[in-house]
Ligand binder design. Structure first.
Ligand code: ZN
Ligand code: ZN
Length: 80
């Protein structure tokens, strides 16, 4: 199971945002191209296609995800 929230540090406060599930807009694409989440399911942690609920950019490259405190609720992503 994956956490349903992502924690983002805003003005020094950690805020939990609801993660944005995969939604297919393409009838030829039934699952997420990266993590294979199905329509309406949450992406796997670290998926390239997940959108940041805070800034709506790609989660992995969003500036707030790079900020301290911005992390998936219970992610087990390896420490770099
Ligand atoms: Zn995905
Ligand atoms: Zn963001």
């Amino acid at each position: 199971m994956t956490a349903e929230t992502v924690e983002i540090a805003l003005d020094g406060e950690i805020t939990a945002f609801r993660r944005i599930p995969f939604e297919t807009a393409n009838p030829d694409l039934f699952v997420c191209a990266d993590c294979e989440a199905e329509d309406g399911e949450l992406h796997q942690p670290g998926c390239d296609c997940e959108v940041c609920p805070c800034c709506k950019a790609q989660l992995l490259t969003s500036p707030c995800f790079a900020a301290p405190g911005h992390k998936l609720g219970d992610t087990e992503m390896e420490a770099a």
